[in-house]
Design a protein around this ligand. Structure first.
Ligand code: TYD
Length: 138
């Protein structure tokens, strides 16, 4: 089945707050719909730098900007959608065959990504024209 940006869901994480402050929880499978194999985070992004510019063949991810903000562009090869991640309780799912770009990182941004597989360079599609060719061949 062809991937669609409409299937990339916004996830509102409940905030467990009390007088001491706030806490968000992400449990594998319950909140991510996949088992979590890897967590990585992007921070200290230099001003004006954009990242991403790739799709994955199989990887499933959930991205949360736990501090600061950034703009996530999601592209299924037919249409693009822009999601502003600016709250620690807001995530966006990114499934296989979705091209993503991250822009507009605030100086303090910490973008945390949960993934269902460990890092595997052979799962990346880093060329946009190759990505489009794969989408339109399927
Ligand atoms: P890359 O995927 O290019 O970052 P971006 O989010 O901008 O697309 O990753 C940058 C470098 O870090 C690259 O050399 C691969 C390495 N890396 C790992 O070793 N493990 C990981 O889990 C990730 C996400 C990246």
């Amino acid at each position: 089945m062809r991937a669609s940006i409409d299937d990339q869901k916004l996830v509102n994480l409940p905030i467990l707050g009390d007088a001491r402050g706030s806490l968000c929880v992400i449990e594998g499978e319950r909140d991510t719909s996949f088992p979590i194999a890897r967590v990585y985070y992007i921070f200290g992004t230099a001003p004006g730098v954009s990242r991403g510019f790739h799709a994955h063949l199989a990887l499933r991810q959930l991205a949360v900007c736990v501090r600061g903000s950034c703009t996530m562009i999601l592209d299924d090869g037919n249409s693009r959608r822009s999601v502003i991640l600016d709250r620690p309780d807001l995530g966006v799912t990114i499934g296989p065959m979705i091209w993503r770009e991250m822009h507009d990182f605030s100086e303090d941004a910490v973008l945390m990504v949960l993934a269902d597989q460990c890092h595997n360079e052979t799962d990346y599609i880093r060329n946009y024209d190759a990505f489009l060719a794969m989408v339109h061949a399927s």
